[in-house]
Design a protein around this ligand. Structure first.
Ligand SMILES: NC(=O)c1ccc[n+]([C@@H]2O[C@H](COP(=O)([O-])OP(=O)(O)OC[C@H]3O[C@@H](n4cnc5c(N)ncnc54)[C@H](OP(=O)(O)O)[C@@H]3O)[C@@H](O)[C@H]2O)c1
Length: 296
């Protein structure tokens, strides 16, 4: 029988990439958006699990506006903690695995080296704290849960840094970009492939050592300034002129929420357990820019 994967969220960057990615052999993927599946409405989760009877669920939905979360903690916790908690409870009672996506913002960014999964968490804002609470809720309620922490997600669609830079570069000959925050830029397309490969392995044969948290981010690290420069460099071949990209400090670009200064993720556990590694971020940025321009 064909295994069915239910994706919660349909409009988000990762959900779109999951829908576009070729599913592994013998697997179908169905993405559901609100209001059909609203993660803060327990009845809508239960109804969809009954109606679709999935073999595995991927939760790609989240409250992702890091700054807005500071002023709307109640909604952030409902979407990022309470909804996933209920989803995990329902997956556990149906005995199906759950893949839940989390973030590098669970860390304070002061380690000075890439974070491993067992490192102490210390979110700096409401978004990170609500996502951490969601991870904990999922792992305590569902014995067959895998939490994948990713970072600095971008894709040819949706709201993300690469698209924001391309839009800003169209009208500005110079831009100021933060150069003292470092992380692991991650292509949603690359992440979707990894998520589906993990799903395939969980479906093939569940092993209790699979349960738990993994880091899943693009290989290598960059500052926002380096990511912006790589984006503009890739866009030059499509006739874009290269803007001047001035390196500034976080202090010069104040935001409502505090960001971790160094949230690099060590992804070696994902490689050791599932044999998976995401491509180098520079190659993936080039591919994403190619896709963006090939669509325009
Ligand atoms: N974006 C990043 O840089 C980043 C970094 C690290 C980790 N992550 C994590 O990666 C995952 C995917 O992020 P993303 O960038 O793909 O997200 P995104 O593009 O911001 O999309 C979020 C999705 O969640 C859906 N959603 C919000 N509230 C919902 C609800 N109550 N019920 C059902 N769906 C709801 C949204 O639907 P609507 O269209 O209806 O609002 C949208 O489809 C998330 O877990 C996020 O925390 C993201």
């Amino acid at each position: 029988m064909t295994a069915r994967i239910l994706v919660i969220g349909r409009t988000g960057q990762l959900a779109v990439a999951l829908a576009d990615a070729a599913p592994p052999h013998g697997v179908t993927v169905r993405c559901l958006e609100r209001p059909v599946l609203d993660i803060v409405q327990p009845a809508s989760i239960a109804n969809m699990l009954t109606a679709y009877s999935p073999s595995l669920v991927i939760n790609a939905a989240a409250y992702t506006n890091v700054d807005a979360a500071e002023d709307d903690a109640a909604t952030a916790y409902r979407v990022n903690r309470d909804g996933p908690a209920e989803l995990a409870r329902l997956c556990a009672s149906a005995s199906i695995p759950l893949i839940h996506i989390s973030t590098d913002y669970v860390f304070d960014g002061r380690k000075g080296a890439p974070y491993v999964e067992s490192d102490m968490t210390a979110p700096q804002g409401v978004y990170g704290a609500s996502k951490l609470a969601g991870e904990q809720a999922v792992l305590t309620r569902c014995p067959h849960a895998v939490v994948l922490r990713t970072a600095w997600l971008y894709s040819p669609v949706g709201k993300n840094f690469v698209r924001t830079m391309l839009a800003a570069g169209e009208h500005n000959s110079s831009l100021r970009v933060v150069a003292d925050q470092i992380g692991c830029p991650t292509s949603a397309q690359d992440l979707a492939k990894v998520v589906l490969s993990v799903a395939r392995q969980l479906l093939d044969r569940w092993d209790d050592r699979y349960a738990g948290t993994y880091h899943a981010a693009g290989t290598g690290a960059a500052t926002w300034h380096e990511l912006a420069t790589a984006t503009f460099t890739a866009a030059v071949q499509y006739g874009r002129s290269m803007p001047m990209v001035e390196a500034i400090s976080t202090h010069e670009w104040p935001t409502r929420a505090i960001r971790p200064p160094d949230s690099r993720l060590d992804c070696s556990k994902l490689a050791a357990v599932f044999g998976l590694r995401l491509p180098a971020w520079q190659d993936s940025v080039r591919r994403t820019v190619d896709t963006i321009f090939s669509r325009t």
